[in-house]
Design a protein around this ligand. Structure first.
Ligand SMILES: NC(=O)c1ccc[n+]([C@@H]2O[C@H](COP(=O)([O-])OP(=O)(O)OC[C@H]3O[C@@H](n4cnc5c(N)ncnc54)[C@H](O)[C@@H]3O)[C@@H](O)[C@H]2O)c1
Length: 612
């Protein structure tokens, strides 16, 4: 984490929030500059805390209700239009106080006076002149405003610049991107519960045109569209569980007043014609403001809402997520966020156990595609292993692959295979303890299951750490221990398998921490869901009755291919931190669940300490 913070600090302000579309094979450059202004610092800090931007595939639980009473609202750009309506509607909802940040002093003070008169409270509404394109002024204003750590603040970022001329692109970026990022990150840092704040919400507004292609307002649309990605990233549910700050987006159609002042008459006519032909491109200011009021009450963090015409806001989060998963060919492979340390498989030497079939074989194929220098396949299944070796040698070259018949339960065989891989190639960088069985219908099989799934995995891990550790002459490396969803939750009908996989995960967490400090060896666990391999056919249970129940449990989980699993394992190799635990399920991108498990551990620790 410390290294990741340092590396991230060297990153450019903007690049930190942009998703790249390229396969990542570079390690970030070392920290170059520490001369940071405060918004950069805050952004970096926040993104470091998110650690991995993984908002696109998080799922939320049941909706929670929030109410406006006791909230202190800050609207950026509330002198007119949607912002003004939001401000007034929130007052009707009983909000404790509202602050309008705008540059229009005359309108701002007039509104402040009028509304304070109406509510007979001179502190109810406040206008503060603030030019949000002046980054320092913007941050100072927020820092002076969000001072009461016991208060729940709600920030609505409504201001934006629609005018576009060639000389105005910088201004558009400043107000439509930089200001939103600055406001959101500054506010988040001041509100977050894990730093003694009370949580809150950030609602960022964007035009509906970012969801479709329009031949007008290119700069406006481009800059505003960044909000969507930014919000999904910042609105990550796991991050929210720490900060208590929801991040929400509302996309609204063009309002009656929106276009009027900024285009010439001919363009305006054409634009209006176009708008009328497309359902949803027009809305009413009040409807958009109402959407903001309503989504505050129920919106899940990271959600995106559509406000069109006069209809109630519609939650389009899943729709947006699906667009990302459809258009991003292989999400877990390419969707990479800058700011995370990336490990590269090129020129590495790997050993994979249980590599003749299923997940092991698919992983071998994936890492060869990634440009690995050499992979050694260990398995007891000689026939299939040799056939796979021959096939892969034809495709990638003789030196790239070697099959070795090896029973991992025999330490002598296993350790020799590891030593040989290192001797033949100069070093060892990666061990994947993948060999595993699920037959558990006799004592002999149960003993074998424990030997393969637990003992061999532990012995292989300890041996490989010794061979790779930098403090003993190695060059560091990684170990991926193949676990299961059954490591995370008890799968009772397969109780011995589930127990063995839990043990493997627990061992990974423990050994990956303190014993691996200063070794530069990352030990990680892949908790894999139901996968279409021969293991499912070979499965046996302790009793016939349990077997039937196990089949029902397996059928209730989504099936994924071994290829999808293997890609996720590549992603976890690239991004995973020491002792990280990853969930690979349902063909979805790999999800780092370390923080959730840490939290569960902390809760358990608290219970244990209470007993003391
Ligand atoms: N298939 C699933 O649904 C699923 C789900 C979660 C986790 N997993 C885990 O994934 C790993 C791979 O399983 P799979 O689904 O690809 O199964 P698989 O049966 O297709 O492959 C397992 C491989 O391990 C080899 N093997 C078994 N005993 C061995 C030993 N003593 N020494 C060396 N090799 C041995 C087998 O010959 C086989 O090639 C296992 O650890 C399994 O527990 C599988």
């Amino acid at each position: 984490m410390a290294t990741s913070r340092a590396l991230l600090a060297s990153r450019n302000y903007f690049s930190s929030v942009i998703f790249t579309n390229q396969k990542c094979n570079t390690t970030p450059t070392p920290c170059q500059s520490q001369s940071i202004n405060s918004s950069r610092y805050l952004l970096k800090k926040t993104l470091c805390d998110i650690n991995l931007i993984r908002g696109l595939h998080t799922r939320s639980k049941d909706a929670v209700k929030y109410d406006w009473q006791n909230a202190a609202l800050i609207v950026v750009g509330a002198c007119k239009g949607i912002g003004a309506h939001v401000l007034k509607m929130a007052l009707n909802e009983g909000v404790e106080s509202v602050t309008n940040l705008d540059i229009n002093e005359k309108a701002g003070f007039a509104m402040q006076y009028e509304l304070n008169q109406k509510y007979s409270d001179k502190n109810k509404v406040r206008f503060l002149k603030c030019d949000i394109t002046d980054e320092h002024q913007h941050i100072d204003t927020l820092q002076n405003l969000l001072v009461d750590r016991r208060k729940t603040y709600v920030i609505v970022n409504n201001a934006g610049l629609i005018e576009q001329r060639p000389d105005m692109s910088k201004e558009a970026i400043d107000s439509n991107v930089v200001a939103i990022v600055t406001s959101s990150v500054t506010a988040l840092e001041l509100m977050r519960k894990d730093e003694k704040g009370s949580g809150g919400a950030i609602i960022n507004l964007a035009p509906v045109s970012i969801l479709c292609h329009l031949p007008y307002f290119q700069c406006y649309n481009a800059t505003k569209s960044s909000i969507l990605t930014f919000n999904m990233s910042l609105g990550d549910e796991e991050f929210f569980s720490k900060t208590g700050v929801r991040v929400l987006s509302v996309c609204y159609g063009a309002t009656d007043e929106g276009l009027v002042p900024i285009v010439n008459a001919k363009d305006k006519e054409e634009i209006e014609k176009l708008m009328k032909t497309k359902e949803g491109l027009l809305t009413k200011e009040k409807a958009a403001a109402k959407a903001v009021i309503e989504i505050y009450k129920t919106g899940r963090t990271g959600s995106t809402w559509l406000s069109k015409e006069i209809k109630p806001a519609e939650d389009i989060t899943e729709f947006i997520r699906n667009i990302y998963s459809d258009t991003t060919e292989i999400q877990c492979y390419y969707r990479v966020s800058i700011g995370v340390i990336m490990y590269d498989l090129k020129d590495k030497v790997a050993v994979v156990t249980g590599a003749s079939n299923g997940i092991g074989a698919s992983f071998v194929r994936e890492i060869l595609e990634e440009g690995i220098k050499h992979v050694r396949l260990l398995d007891i299944d000689k026939k299939t292993g040799n056939a796979l070796q021959d096939e892969l040698r034809q495709k990638y070259g003789k030196d790239k692959v070697k099959f070795v018949k090896c029973d991992v339960t025999d330490d002598g065989q296993f350790f020799k295979a590891l030593e040989d891989a290192k001797k033949d190639n100069g070093y060892l960088d990666l061990l994947v303890n993948n060999a595993g069985v699920a037959e558990q219908d006799s004592f002999a099989r149960i003993r074998k299951l424990i030997e393969i799934n637990i003992t061999a995995l532990i012995n292989g891990t300890l041996k490989a750490i010794e061979m790779m550790r930098t403090d003993k002459g190695g060059r560091g490396g990684a170990i991926i221990n193949v676990c299961s969803v059954g490591s995370l939750i008890p799968v009772s009908p397969m109780f011995l398998y589930s127990t063995s996989k839990r043990a493997a995960m627990h061992f990974t967490t423990c050994v990956g921490r303190v014993p691996c400090e200063n070794t530069d060896v990352r030990v990680m666990a892949a908790c894999i869901g139901v996968t279409d391999t021969a293991m499912l056919e070979k499965l046996t249970c302790y009793t016939k009755d349990l077997y039937e129940k196990a089949q029902k449990v397996l059928a209730s989980h989504p099936m994924q291919s071994s290829t999808a699993v293997a890609r996720c394992m590549v992603e976890m190799y690239q991004k995973g931190g020491p002792a990280s635990i990853w969930l690979i399920r349902g063909g979805l991108p790999a999800q780092d669940v370390t923080a959730q498990l840490d939290k569960a551990d902390e809760e358990m620790e608290a219970i244990i300490r209470k007993i003391d």
